[in-house]
Design a protein around this ligand. Structure first.
Ligand code: SAH
Length: 250
């Protein structure tokens, strides 16, 4: 049995209870060492075999799992944040399907949620934005043209941009040419929820300089949108005049 487990954004106690339990039962752990907090390995049982996938190819990961399966061992494949966001889990599942291996996924707290918590932010503010776009700049991994940052910027909604800290000048150009004003609120959250987290609040036009000034080159999320500002309406749900299934409005 293989368990894909979301490790959470960084802080060791932000893994789910189920994820922690699976870690403590695993015979084999393959973890994404570039981003997963190594303290999570303290949960492992004695004799558990540990592999860092940062040094491995997909083929090598599959080979480790194959050998574990042949001995009826339980493998935890530990991914940073939630495995459904840039987790490269489907390619593993495809191989496991071919081999007839069973697997299950345990979700995790994605870093875009961790970053919002660090900022005391809410992505979906009434009259400001009711949507969140999760995306990235094209890097060595291409992004389909119809999903360009420029085209998304036209929506002026909340954006959480992954994997793009090294491409900030291009990102700013895309954001502005797509429709965000230069002074739209933005933030850079480096290692959200880790002990060495850094939060930088800025505007779209100052994103690149702000990262430079704070020596942030990787492991950060770029958040953009007026949800980072002060202006918004209160919700209908908690308005005294609003009737719901549970409460009569006055
Ligand atoms: N599955 C992960 C994302 C993996 S892609 C998740 O759900 O969060 C790796 C990218 O995620 C990094 O380049 C960075 O943009 C972002 N990231 C991961 N952990 C982060 C953290 N603690 N703080 C800020 N950004 C983080």
């Amino acid at each position: 049995m293989i368990n894909f487990v979301g490790a959470g954004p960084g802080a060791v106690d932000l893994i789910t209870v189920r994820g922690q339990k699976l870690l403590s039962q695993a015979d084999v752990i393959i973890y994404a060492g570039s981003l997963v907090n190594k303290q999570l390995l303290d949960y492992k049982k004695e004799g558990c075999e540990v592999h860092d996938s940062a040094y491995m190819t997909l083929e090598e990961v599959v080979a480790v799992v194959k050998s574990a399966e042949s001995e009826n061992k339980m493998t935890v494949r530990l991914h940073t944040g939630d495995a459904s966001i840039y987790g490269a889990i489907r390619e593993q599942m495809r191989e496991f399907d071919k081999l007839g291996f069973q697997y299950k996924v345990t979700p995790g707290v994605s870093s875009f949620c961790g970053a919002a918590s660090s900022l005391n932010a809410e992505y979906t503010l009434p009259e400001v934005s009711q949507s969140v776009i999760i995306t990235r700049m094209a890097g060595r991994t291409p992004v389909p043209e119809r999903e360009s940052i420029r085209s998304y910027a036209a929506h002026q909604t909340s954006m959480a941009i992954f994997l793009s800290t090294g491409l900030l000048e291009g990102l700013v150009e895309e954001l502005i040419s797509g429709g965000y004003s230069k002074d739209t609120k933005a933030a850079i959250v480096y290692k959200a929820t880790w002990d060495d987290e850094k939060i930088v609040r800025c505007t779209v036009s100052t994103l690149a300089q702000s990262a430079k000034d704070n020596d942030i080159t990787k492991t950060a999320l770029i958040l953009v949108g007026e949800f980072l500002g002060e202006a918004f309406e209160r919700s209908k749900l908690y308005d005294p005049s609003f009737t719901t299934e549970f409460r009569e409005g006055v």
